[in-house]
Design a protein around this ligand. Structure first.
Ligand code: PGA
Length: 256
């Protein structure tokens, strides 16, 4: 049984003070829901405060991106070893970084390898644009992203990797895929992972859905067999709604 994983991607929201107040307000309620893995991914500057506020709990912290180099003249970037001790997870290849920061499939692969080499757990995000979706090319497109992201990643590392399928047209738009559509694409991702690593590894990997997930549609996604959790933007920024998402995931997976 794959443990569901609900990750809040806070994007460029919340100051360090707001971030700490937020986790302090919800941590007891989240600690009471251990059947799912719970992750918050604040902006970099809030990581130390959030990490300290959650120390001693099993709520994990994640970063929203990472560079692949050890260090160097890369203005604005953060190296994997700078995140050590602060985070367990790091989101890699989010569509907003692909779109606004020029992150390519090759960079996603380098970031994932560097993160793993430093003991960080990548959440590798993939997903198609509306144009690709309407052209009926989603499976091929996402399949290529997956093959590129996992190039050179050994099977032994897979237990530390999570995949997030996030159709770009569903992110922040209020337009989500249906549970069945998302399940079909995530099933096709799992089939590619099985081809690359074998059935057992593919079955053990956790694959999230993301894109306008909210308490009102969470059960629809979580009741699908291939969907192991959610990567959530907007609905993760509100205290009650993030706690509700975790609770609904646990109920829908029959883990309550
Ligand atoms: P959304 O964002 O939940 O606000 O659509 C999801 C994401 O970008 O990870």
């Amino acid at each position: 049984m794959r443990k569901p994983i609900i990750a809040g991607n806070w994007k460029m929201y919340k100051t360090p003070q707001e971030a700490v107040a937020f986790v302090n307000a919800i941590k007891d309620r989240l600690v009471a829901l251990p059947a799912a893995e719970r992750v918050v991914c604040p902006p970099y500057v809030a990581l130390p405060g959030v990490q300290a506020a959650l120390a001693g709990t099993d709520i994990a912290v994640g970063a929203q991106d990472v560079h692949w180099q050890e260090e160097g003249a890369y203005t604005s970037q953060i190296a994997p070893r700078m995140l050590k001790g602060l985070v367990k997870y790091v989101i890699i290849g989010h569509s907003e970084t692909r779109e606004f920061l020029g992150v390519t499939d090759e960079m996603v692969n380098k970031k994932a390898q560097a993160a793993l080499a430093h003991g960080l757990h990548p959440i590798i995000a993939v997903g198609e644009s509306l144009a690709v979706n309407e052209a009926g090319q989603t499976q091929q497109f996402v399949g290529r992203q997956i093959r590129a992201a996992f190039e050179g990643i050994p099977a032994e590392a897979l237990a530390n990797v999570v995949v997030a399928y996030e159709p770009i047209w569903a992110i922040g738009t209020g337009k989500s895929a249906t549970g069945e559509q998302a399940n079909a694409i995530i099933g096709s991702i799992r089939a590619i992972l099985a081809e690359l690593y074998g059935h057992e590894h593919a079955e053990a990997m956790r694959i999230q859905y993301g894109g306008s997930v909210k308490p009102g549609n969470m059960a629809e996604f979580m009741s699908q067999p291939h969907i192991d959790g959610a990567l959530v933007g907007g609905a993760s920024l509100k205290e009650d709604s993030f706690v509700d998402l975790v609770r609904i995931a646990i109920e829908a997976k029959g883990l309550a």
